[in-house]
Write a protein of this length. Structure first.
Length: 383
């Protein structure tokens, strides 16, 4: 099997998703001849090039804000660096020292990234950074261009967080590589790597990002909703595990080992659903499930999925009717208008096939009246 080039986007703590993707790719026997990454994508690239999956998962299960930055005072929210609770500490630290001390990050990364293994792997690793010493100079730095012993320095340069003091190669100042190209597929394509797997975890693309994939074989792995990965600097253990699981499932889906528009099903299960209900109906049911915030990080059976979505849909309709009945008893015209305006309601107008199915399964239940749809504050178009 021909090897792929692997492209890893930046996105802070969301990068755990890429380790889940790697787990699935390893199961499928897919190997890489080159890896390009920006920010956390560069760090994950080094972990993947070294080939030690256990070490990579250990990295993600031990990562925390405290292991990346150092403050004179403890952070109120130690799991999410840029949480509003931390703004006071961040501001005082910046005024006092001129930036966040990110020196602990170097020690932490060094414990998990084996530079010798990366260099001996035969994989052409590239990290993206923006050099700021003399003007603004984007850099695509390959492992063979880095002096021995400086891989971690360049990984830090690529992942330079906002407000951080100078980190990276001695005497140089860098900006996070994601500002230039957060999903650096063209870095590999222009060097002749034409079979690419892109693992994307961010809506940020960078000023030089290009989508010139003409005549290339591209497998693009990305969550249906980036918000499913949580906040960028949230390193809670449960969130890390969920990101890894989603990365694994999306990668299996990208290679058709799983199917589904938004959710995950074994191929035979999904095809049976399409045959039973129609492709359009299944797609609408999945969109309705997303609107109802039904858990994504699992593989569903048909009856289980239909039952869960139906139950949540019915709860929403019943709750809406109960709220309407309560409002009808209100006498204050102004307050009644405000309560109607801001009442938590969901619109299913874009999913008529799914609504028809669930109403058929429960004929005693009436959907949200169409006359009220225009008032709904949360619409399917915002999903």
């Amino acid at each position: 099997m021909n090897k792929y080039g692997l492209v890893l986007a930046g996105g802070g703590g969301k990068g755990a998703y890429q380790i889940g993707a790697w787990a699935a790719l390893r199961e499928m026997g897919i190997e890489f001849e080159a890896i390009a990454g920006a920010s956390i994508g560069g760090i994950n690239g080094a972990l993947i090039a070294a080939g030690d999956y256990e070490k990579a998962t250990e990295f993600w299960h031990n990562i925390s804000v405290e292991k990346g930055v150092k403050f004179a005072k403890d952070l109120p929210d130690s799991e999410n660096l840029f949480s509003r609770k931390n703004w006071g500490v961040l501001f005082k630290e910046f005024i006092k020292t001129g930036g966040i001390d990110a020196s602990p990050a170097g020690d932490f990364i060094s414990n998990f990234v084996d530079e010798k293994k990366v260099r001996d792997s035969g994989i052409s690793l590239c990290v993206i950074a923006v050099q700021m010493t003399q003007g603004v100079i984007p850099r695509e730095i390959f492992i063979h261009e880095m002096p021995e012993g400086q891989l971690v320095d360049y990984l830090l340069a690529s992942a330079n967080i906002p407000l951080a003091q100078n980190i990276g190669p001695e005497g140089e100042k860098f900006l996070d590589g994601g500002a230039y190209d957060n999903t650096p597929a063209m870095t590999l394509k222009k060097r002749g790597y034409n079979r690419l797997i892109i693992v994307d975890i961010s809506n940020i693309k960078g000023v030089a990002h290009s989508l010139n994939y003409l005549n290339s074989e591209i497998v693009h792995i990305r969550p249906y909703d980036i918000d499913d990965l949580g906040a960028t600097f949230d390193f809670d253990d449960a969130i890390i595990d969920r990101r890894i699981k989603l990365g694994y499932l999306d990668t299996r889906k990208a290679f058709s080992y799983l199917l589904g528009n938004i959710y995950y099903f074994q191929p035979d299960v999904f095809r049976a659903m399409v045959k039973r209900y129609s492709a359009d109906t299944v797609e609408q049911i999945e969109h309705m499930a997303h609107l109802l915030k039904i858990e994504k990080a699992k593989i569903y059976e048909e009856n289980e999925f239909i039952s869960i979505v139906k139950a949540e849909y019915e709860k929403e309709v019943i709750a809406y009717m109960e709220r309407q009945q309560a409002l009808e008893q209100e006498e204050d015209g102004i307050m009644l208008h405000l309560k109607k305006r801001f009442m938590d309601k969901k619109s299913f107008e874009n999913y008529p096939l799914a609504v028809e199915l669930f109403d058929t399964l429960n004929p005693g239940l009436k959907a949200i009246p169409e006359a009220d749809v225009k008032e709904l504050t949360e619409t399917a178009n915002e999903v």
